[in-house]
Design a binder for this molecule. Sequence first.
Ligand code: SF4
Ligand code: SF4
Length: 251
Amino acid sequence: MEARRRGDTEAALDALWAKHHSGLGRLFSARALDELALRASFDLDLLVPERIKQRIQPGTIPDCERCDDICCAGLENLVSLRLSDIASLIDLERTDLIQRKKPRFPESLLAARPHLQELTHSELWRTLPVLRQIGESHICAALSTELRCTLHPRWPLSCERFPYTLKAARREVVWGLRCPSQTSSSENVERSQEMFEATVDAYNGRVRDAVLLKHARRDLDELGVGQFLIGPKEDPFEDAAPQLGRLPVMP
Ligand code: SF4
Ligand code: SF4
């Protein structure tokens, strides 16, 4: 697999995280009250892969060649971007793919999709942008007409690990039910390990985003990332089009 290179904005974001990484440092900073408020609403414990149970057999990856689904399309498959995804899109000069407005999913859909409900009720979902979709079928704007991801290998973290899914409370990684097709082979062991680690990284990315949004909002503006974030007084939502079509089972 082609290596994922890091650009200048991603590197600057890493440096910002290095500055705010220490929970003790944040507690003894001038923003201690913000840190306490954040801790009251968000689990800031970072996970390490060695302490996460891998419930997927090594060498198991999605079998996209034999799959008749297109998981890169559909309103319900909208990609929520992390700060590192935004930084990467800036470095790739693909900020045209970033969309600040996001759909207000119907309550009936959210009731049937607990995972989606959990996501959309979070402050991170409200604040962070999404990847633009196009057309009535809501196809990801990064998908080529040959059905290839034009961002690969610097694709969003949630795409990199899909369909591997972290069950944080149980500290385990499982196969997400949204993906119906898989293949298993010893040749894929390295790739499956990468996906496992990407799954843990994606979770830790949420923690990192929560901390940086609370402690380094002005620095994010200076990096050029802040312009894509939703301000506390802004309404980031718009009503979702009724084009929900085929709805996958959420993990
Ligand atoms: S649903 Fe799974 S197997 Fe199908 S295209 Fe998506 S990742 Fe590949
Ligand atoms: S970024 Fe790539 S992998 Fe992710 S939804 Fe878009 S086309 Fe699919």
